[in-house]
Write a protein that binds this ligand. Structure first.
Ligand SMILES: Cc1cc2nc3c(=O)[nH]c(=O)nc-3n(C[C@H](O)[C@H](O)[C@H](O)COP(=O)(O)OP(=O)(O)OC[C@H]3O[C@@H](n4cnc5c(N)ncnc54)[C@H](O)[C@@H]3O)c2cc1C
Length: 627
């Protein structure tokens, strides 16, 4: 046995939650409430991850409408959550439990605003018809993690902080252990367990151009390597974001009409939107205004507002950096905005934002937006803001059923690690999904699972030894990772170049194979190596799904497939709603399309539901609100 394994510490918990974002902390809180005593949260950093560190203008939470005179229903909300590739049962669960989860957060002190009558007045977000969105401000998800962490600590749930899980171990066809490493302690830990809730967030580490916080990397490849089925890995959300300080440049940052500028290696500036819209230079200005509320890249808008994203990427591919300049108006726009017509003109006139420069308009409309950049050392009054088209959210992930159970017994996935979305999702539904998925996984473990941890660690120790293979990368793992991230952003983000993706996949496989050797001792850069392996494995799985998606749909959702001749493939409707499932078979990823599970139909009788509920939970349910 290698040196490291002779010293490995082994601990046992019936349930291990991996991750301390909105999903992980909620899973632990719910499990504790439901009486799970043998439980821990394992996190690579309690303050790391997307929930704790990301935000936006008005970070949105999406739930059933709870104000006003417009009717809403669970079924209608489920329908809004369904787009290409979404299963009806998980959509129904996310809709059904949205109000329950939202009120729980309110109860824990997250400050979602009410009017003087107690109504949670909402607003409309993208792909929403009912004004279901609400917000606790720019840092809604951070506030959620703080409230949930307080609860988890108050209930004395053990938090193993600073431990990176890097391998899921299985035994007798179910999950049985987690192998983790602490860089600080230079030690491995083996957690023997019967249930794992994977709440490791989105696999942010696969892209260079990213608005995920730097502390979020994810560990999706770990589930794929364990044999879990993945769904819709090709579906992502990309949009324009600043790079020095990672923040989406949506909302007022676009509506004040900044000048778009690209800069050559020799410092020459190009107002590239003017060249692109030479027939009507004001068209570029109008479309950039629409980016304010049509932020995510959308293939359906490739000839409308999403054309701006394509033009930004085209400048980057020429080796130019792209900036928003708030100091000067776009050249076609008159300083008194007299030639600004249509929606943009009407909006700026109505909001009184007719000042002579984008910066002055931004100060008028949204001064905190200016202060935010100042707080991060960027003065929009004096300097230009570098932007790119960045990955923001993974709509796909580990495939789950209506209890957020994966294809491996005992292994659940919740939050962004789980793939419950498809081509589109209403803004704010990701945060709702973190709460509903983790709650349902916790309830399933508490009420329906009989699994217990194995008492014999030997078979798992043998697997742990095996897990330390495949990390013998030559060269600097950070540099190798950066190289493949750059390539993925170039050919496998919102524009997908199939021949480059196939070549990238060959390179990824070669690099992974080159690392296939046993480790005799723990290298000092083990953390970087396990991250690199996860990145490369995840990239291979995502590429497999992207190639399959191009065959099934042509261009899809957030991914425009280039035809290799300067154009792109049109979207094809396959005639039914399909989910693309990716799974490792014989060392290779295989992606197959299956019809999506429909929204469950049929009349529900209270008495029947009540009987089944009592059977499932084993009690009358007078103090349990979450099954
Ligand atoms: C800029 C931006 C704006 C957004 N705005 C919105 C919005 O307005 N509305 C909305 O609904 N969604 C929004 N999202 C998406 C939403 O914030 C995320 O989907 C959500 O916060 C993810 O929560 P999570 O708990 O699943 O994962 P995270 O919050 O990312 O947590 C993952 C956790 O796992 C830990 N972890 C990861 N790997 C390991 C490992 N191997 N071992 C141990 N621990 C590990 C991390 O440290 C972290 O604690 C936005 C995202 C971004 C980037």
């Amino acid at each position: 046995m290698p040196i490291a394994l002779s010293e490995i510490e082994t601990v046992t918990y019936r349930t291990v939650v991996i991750g301390s974002g909105c999903a992980g902390l909620n899973a632990a809180d719910r499990l504790s409430d439901l009486g799970e005593k043998s439980l821990c949260v394992l996190t690579d950093g309690i303050n790391r991850g997307t929930s704790r560190n990301a935000g936006s203008d008005k970070q949105t939470y999406y739930k059933l409408s709870l104000a006003g005179d417009k009717p809403d229903s669970v079924r209608e909300m489920a329908d809004s959550l369904i787009s290409e590739g979404v299963n009806g049962d998980t959509a129904l669960c996310e809709a059904a439990a949205s109000a329950q989860c939202f009120f729980r957060l309110v109860q824990l002190g997250v400050g979602f605003p009410t009017n003087e009558y107690g109504e949670f007045v909402g607003y409309r977000t993208d792909h929403d018809t009912r004004g279901r969105a609400t917000s606790a401000g720019p840092l809604t998800s951070k506030k959620m993690t703080e409230a949930l962490e307080r609860e988890v600590r108050r209930k004395n749930v053990p938090i193993l902080d600073g431990w990176t899980a890097f391998r899921l171990l299985t035994h007798e066809n179910r999950v049985a252990g987690v192998l983790a490493y602490s860089e600080k302690e230079g030690k491995l830990k083996l957690l023997l367990t019967a249930h794992v809730i994977l709440a490791t967030g989105g696999p942010a580490l696969i892209y260079e151009a990213s608005v995920f916080p730097e502390s979020q990397q994810g560990m999706t490849g770990m589930a794929a390597l364990a044999g879990a089925r993945m769904s819709n890995l090709h579906q992502w959300q990309y949009g324009l974001a600043s790079v020095a300080f990672r923040w989406n440049v949506s909302g007022s940052y676009q509506q004040v009409l900044p000048r778009y500028v690209s800069v050559d290696a020799d410092g020459t500036e190009h107002e590239f939107l003017i060249d692109a819209f030479s027939d009507d230079p004001m068209e570029g200005v109008r479309l950039s205004f629409l980016k304010g509320y049509q932020w995510p890249f959308d293939v359906r808008k490739a000839d409308a507002s999403s054309k701006i994203d394509l033009l930004v990427q085209a400048e980057n591919l020429k080796g130019r950096r792209v900036f928003l300049d708030f100091r000067r108006n776009p050249s076609p726009l008159k300083d008194d905005l007299a030639n600004l017509d249509g929606e943009a003109g009407e909006y700026l006139r109505k909001t009184g934002a007719m000042q002579g420069t984008p910066f002055k308009r931004l100060m008028w409309m949204n001064e905190p937006a200016v202060k935010l950049y100042r707080a991060h050392g960027i003065d929009l009054e004096k300097e230009m803001l570098e932007i790119r088209v960045c990955a923001q959210h993974h709509n796909g992930g580990v495939a789950v059923d209506r209890n957020w159970l994966t294809s491996i017994p005992g292994l659940y996935a919740a939050g962004e690690a789980a793939g419950t979305f498809g081509a589109y999702r209403p803004g704010g539904s990701a945060l709702n999904a973190t709460q509903v998925g983790s709650m349902r996984a916790a309830a399933h473990i508490a009420f329906e699972s009989k699994l217990q941890p194995t008492k014999d660690p030997e078979p798992l120790l043998t697997q742990a030894e095996e897990a330390l293979r495949g990390l013998a990368f030559g060269g600097d793992p950070e540099e190798t990772g950066a190289l493949f991230r750059r390539e993925m952003s170039r050919c496998g983000a919102h524009i997908r170049d199939l021949s480059s993706l196939r070549e990238l996949d060959r390179q990824l496989r070669k690099t992974l194979e080159s690392a296939e050797a046993p480790l005799e001792e723990l290298p000092s850069d083990l953390e970087a190596r396990v991250r690199l392996r996860d990145q490369l494995v995840t990239q291979r799985a995502v590429i497999s799904a992207m190639l399959a998606a191009a065959e099934v749909y042509g261009s899809t959702g957030a991914g425009l497939v280039s035809d290799g001749k300067g154009g792109h493939l049109a979207h094809r409707e396959p005639g039914k709603n399909l989910v693309l499932y990716t799974q490792m078979e014989g060392g290779e990823f295989v992606t197959e399309a299956e019809p999506a599970r429909p929204v469950p139909e049929g009349e529900q009788w209270f008495e029947t539901v009540w009987k089944k509920y009592r059977e499932r939970t084993g009690e009358d349910g007078d103090d349990c609100d979450q099954r």
